[in-house]
Ligand binder design. Structure first.
Ligand code: CA2
Length: 152
């Protein structure tokens, strides 16, 4: 996945400008290829481009990543502590299962927004509980790709 964080970007006061990490969990690489009625037609690359355009309009750098592996996702959360100014995370299935992801997000003290494409509360009961929500500053769900833009 492309990383949109370029080097040597500075803020107006000359200080280093850190990117927002946009982290995506398992199976989101299938976006646009399966289940379009639930998740829409947009592919993960389309979503990345949408986020990059929104971030550019805000003068904000982003790093956009997707993984199917819990440990890799947790490693990126740890990395964000020193390299990012915030996290936007769609934990996908791990949202509803991962105490380890909860613990990792709790351990980093940068603003975190949980996002979902679908309205998880209008879906099966097992999607109504999130291990991320208690350690996120805010939650946005149900707006498709726009959830990510709102988070930015
Ligand atoms: O609505 C969301 O963004 C979800 O995080 C998506 C997850 C789901 O487990 C959460 O409850 C809500 C699923 C991501 C898998 O995405 C697919 C996309 C196309 C085809 C199959 C799966």
């Amino acid at each position: 996945m492309t990383a949109y964080n370029t080097t040597n970007h500075t803020d107006s006061d000359g200080s280093e400008m850190k990117p927002i990490y946009i982290l995506n969990g398992p199976n989101l690489n299938l976006l646009g290829l399966r289940e379009p009625k639930i998740y829409g037609q947009e592919t993960i690359s389309d979503l990345e481009a949408r986020c990059a355009a929104k971030a550019k309009s805000l003068g904000q750098e982003i790093v956009f990543r997707q993984t199917n592996t819990e440990g890799e996702l947790i490693g990126w959360v740890h990395e964000a502590q020193s390299k990012a100014c915030g996290i936007i995370i769609n934990g996908a299935g791990y949202t509803h299962t991962s105490v380890a992801l909860h613990d990792a997000l709790k351990a980093v003290n940068i603003p975190t927004v949980e996002v979902h494409l679908s309205n998880v509360y209008a879906r099966e009961p097992f999607r109504h509980h999130s291990y991320i929500s208690p350690v996120a500053h805010g939650v946005i769900c149900g707006f498709g790709g726009q959830s990510y833009e709102l988070a930015l």
